[in-house]
Design a protein around this ligand. Structure first.
Ligand code: SAM
Length: 216
């Protein structure tokens, strides 16, 4: 069996050079996040932006819900891939980062395609009872992942997608000696999804690890 690749920084740069190019506003968001210090780790990786792009394009996705927007990198990546009549609803509880994200969306001329809602995501999700989406991207507070997942399932029809970020938790999920409560939480979430007969799912090692679930 071929040995699995270790994605070194050098290889990551190579992959970047030979993949899709970022839109100038995506690059502006990344540059802005780089000025924020440690919180910049919140943003999705470039490879994840490209993955979201490809999956939206190839799956004929029109209505997307995002849980956890921060300064807007994943949201903008999603909106750029959506068709003209597509729509993204983006949830985050942080007013300040939402303002920053809105400025970037305007600059990219995508503010009409993106609706942001600023309040705790569970409150918004409870109000969405009659809405339907084709895809939900979950990337907010990890302790609520199971709640977000269950509520997302109610908003999707058969064939709908749930994509969840940070499911490999810096690789710590596989270290059985790590009993940190956040690691245990992600591990429990991954077990929950793996045992869920309502979906079929794979974990993709992009960024901090993404689960892609398809509703059966
Ligand atoms: C990892 S960041 C999202 C990163 C974003 N997807 C990107 O690509 O830049 C997580 C976000 O979830 C938000 N968040 C945390 N708890 C939340 C909650 N209970 N309701 C709504 N948003 C929440 C935080 O304010 C933060 O902006």
């Amino acid at each position: 069996m071929a040995k699995n690749l270790e994605i070194t920084e050098k290889l990551e740069k190579y992959i970047k050079n030979f993949s899709l190019k970022l839109n100038p506003i995506q690059q502006e968001i990344i540059d802005y996040n780089n000025t924020l210090g440690d919180v910049k780790r919140m943003q999705v990786a470039t490879s994840q932006c490209h993955f979201l792009h490809l999956i939206i394009k190839t799956s004929n996705i029109k209505r997307v819900l995002e849980i956890g927007t921060f300064t807007g990198l994943s949201a903008l990546s999603i909106a750029l891939a959506l068709p003209d009549d597509g729509k993204l609803v983006a949830l985050d509880k942080d007013e300040e980062t939402n303002k920053v994200a809105l400025d970037f969306f305007k600059k990219a001329n995508l503010n009409n395609k993106i609706q942001t809602i600023v309040k705790p995501a569970l409150d918004s999700l409870d109000e969405f009872k009659n809405s339907k989406f084709d895809m939900v991207f979950i990337d907010a507070d990890k302790m609520n992942y199971k709640e977000y997942y269950e509520r997302s399932l109610k908003l999707l029809d058969k064939g709908g997608l749930i994509i969840v970020d940070n499911v490999l938790w810096h690789g710590e999920v596989a270290d059985e000696d790590n009993l940190d409560k956040y690691t245990i939480n992600i591990r429990d979430f991954n077990t929950y999804v793996a045992n869920d007969k309502r979906v079929e799912q794979i974990i993709i090692p992009l960024g901090d690890g993404m689960t892609v679930c398809r509703v059966l």
